[in-house]
Design a protein. Structure first.
Ligand code: CA
Length: 588
């Protein structure tokens, strides 16, 4: 009798478990399955485009708050996450490596996981987290002490946990992990500490490491515990031992292009910032001194971790123009399969999806100083006089020539993801119009210490705005419209088949713009600055929109004239969820 009951119980549990399994197919079709969001980017192509059109330009004014959820405690700071929605639950990550499961109908908390962070973590640019990933019956996210954690989707209990890298050396983790074919794939953060950028793949079920791929030339990859292949060719583009602490943090995570079976990860600035220490020969010949594969997009074989292709946006980078920006897979108006990516350096690149080959590049900000353009091979035409001066050439050897460069080190665009509309064929790019005084100083590597060899003061380029959301035609590079914002934009963008572009501002507004004109059609004050990523889904025949509000991120950490535009902003930590009630959908 007891046995019989036990059997029934187990089979009932199995049935419950079977309904709560996120499969590879569900991740692959995340963009079109509008009642779920199980991937960062609202689909593998990272388009942040929803085919939902219940909310339109005409009825968006009837959007009402459904519930709000506070992350609570004293742990405010920047909230940069993208919510996930699955099986009646919203999952959001918060500052200080926290993860919450919330009833998506009522906004009530189901469970909370709070990573116990050690003393001495070294996050460069606020204690943010940008999201989680769901696969099978688990949810995965990374923590500021450079760990990856797998939690039970239903209970929040830890299933496995593993160290990505040593936080004492400056490594941390903030990006959303990526799931491909049963692997959980992560990058790393810490480019300001002389770390080495790397991509790692683990068995999602067990946490066992499958392969690693450092992204700086000279380092060896691993596959199943054995050395696999070297990244690039030792000392081809780096002088001496500089590659050993060469930076290239893969801190924004990556994406997976199923059409070409390729992972794409971006690599950040080469370390240190002082580019004169990384120059292999003057004048630079061939690609010596390019410092591969820093400031690059890198195509990687998901099964082996081998590099398939690379495209370097800023060779011998010297302004902190990290090459990490998200690569969005799309089809252009002629039917070509392309990648679009807006780089920190101010240029919007179109690449061929097969091999990462350069197609075109056009500026997406106004006053680029460091290059006069991009040549037809994709290489920048440098204004060498705009490279911060070599301190060893200065009379006292302590500070090189100061130059004014634009965009600033925080980039024409930083981490905040853009959106691509399948409806208009345009990209919606959150950008910033700012520059900086920058100079170089001598520096030597010391474990766990900032490794810059550079100083800087950030400056607005215009009195009336820094933030600039632009609609950009990727075929021509033309700006269709521009929305100007006083403070720098630092949150993600989403677009919908209903013709709307959703995003938030540091001033706290959550906005919907007309995708064709840029006109504001809806606005809601959330009470703190928005640096999070909006999402939309449908349930019970109604369309919902959600975004997290909570001012922070890298911008408030820096002074200069930019501080005046943001110093008055209040912190927070609140998920806002809106819905369009059925009875209001037809009201115009
Ligand atoms: Ca950097």
């Amino acid at each position: 009798m007891n046995k019989f009951i036990a059997t029934v119980t187990i089979s009932m549990l199995a049935a419950t478990a079977a309904t709560a399994q996120v499969t590879e197919e569900m991740i692959a079709s995340d963009q079109t399955m509008t009642n779920q969001i199980v991937s960062n980017g609202m689909g593998r192509d990272l388009q942040r485009y929803s085919p939902l059109d219940m909310i339109t330009k005409d009825n968006v004014k009837n959007l009402v708050p459904a519930w709000a959820f506070s992350l609570g405690g004293e742990k405010q700071r920047g909230q940069e996450t993208q919510p996930l929605i699955y099986d009646g639950v919203m999952y959001v990550t918060g500052s200080y490596s926290r993860l919450y499961a919330i009833d998506v109908m009522t906004g009530e908390e189901l469970w909370q996981y709070d990573a116990r962070l050690p003393e001495g973590i070294l996050p460069c640019c606020d204690v943010v987290n940008r999201g989680a990933a769901i696969y099978g019956d688990k949810i995965y996210f990374g923590t500021l002490d450079a760990r990856i954690v797998a939690l039970d989707l239903k209970t929040g209990d830890v299933v496995w946990r593993d160290q990505i890298a040593d936080y004492k050396a400056g490594y941390s983790y903030t990006a959303a992990p990526l799931i491909v074919d049963g692997l959980v794939i992560t990058g790393n953060s810490g480019g300001e500490f002389g770390i080495v950028g790397e991509v790692q793949a683990r068995d999602a079920e067990t946490g066992d490491l499958v392969w690693t791929r450092p992204v700086i030339e000279g380092h060896m990859g691993t596959l199943n515990g054995e050395e696999s292949t070297m990244t690039g060719t030792l000392n081809a583009t780096w002088p001496g031992d500089m590659w050993k602490t060469g930076g290239g943090a893969t801190w924004l995570g990556g994406s997976y292009d199923a059409d070409t079976d390729t992972l794409v990860f971006g690599a950040g600035n080469p370390a240190p910032w002082n580019s004169h220490l990384r120059n292999a020969g003057t004048p630079v010949e061939g690609n010596a001194g390019d410092n591969l594969y820093a400031a690059s997009r890198i195509g990687i074989d998901p099964k082996t971790g081998d590099i398939k292709w690379h495209f370097q946006t800023t060779p011998r980078e010297g302004w902190d123009y990290d090459g990490v920006n998200e690569v969005v897979a799309y089809t252009d108006r002629q039917g070509n399969k392309r990648f679009g990516t807006a780089d920190r350096n101010g240029y919007f690149y179109v690449l061929n999806r097969e091999d990462g080959a350069f197609v075109s590049a056009k500026p997406f900000v106004k006053d680029i100083t460091w290059a006069s353009g991009i040549d037809d091979t994709g290489r920048p035409i440098f204004n060498e006089e705009n490279r911060p001066g070599d301190p060893s050439a200065a009379t006292d050897g302590t500070k090189g020539e100061v130059v004014f460069s634009s965009p600033s080190f925080l980039g024409g665009k930083n981490w905040m993801p853009m959106a691509f509309s399948q409806k208009t064929g345009n990209f919606y790019v959150p950008s910033n119009e700012w520059g900086m005084d920058i100079w170089n100083e001598p520096i030597t590597y010391k474990k766990g210490a900032a490794y810059l060899g550079s100083g800087f003061t950030i400056k607005p380029n215009y009195e009336d705005h820094i933030g600039s959301l632009k609609a950009i035609d990727p075929d021509t590079g033309e700006w269709v419209w521009e929305y100007k914002n006083d403070a720098p934009l630092w949150g993600g963008v989403m677009t919908t088949a209903g013709g709307l572009v959703f995003f938030g501002t540091p001033e706290g507004k959550f906005l919907a713009l007309d995708d064709e004109t840029g006109e504001t059609v809806w606005s809601f004050q959330t009470g703190s600055g928005i640096v999070g990523q909006p999402v939309t889904w449908d349930q019970d025949g109604e369309q919902y929109v959600s975004v997290i509000s909570g001012w922070g991120g890298a911008v408030p950490l820096w002074g200069g004239e930019v501080a005046k535009k943001v110093s008055y902003l209040n912190q927070g930590g609140m998920v806002w969820t809106f819905r369009l009630p059925k009875e209001l959908a037809a009201l115009q």
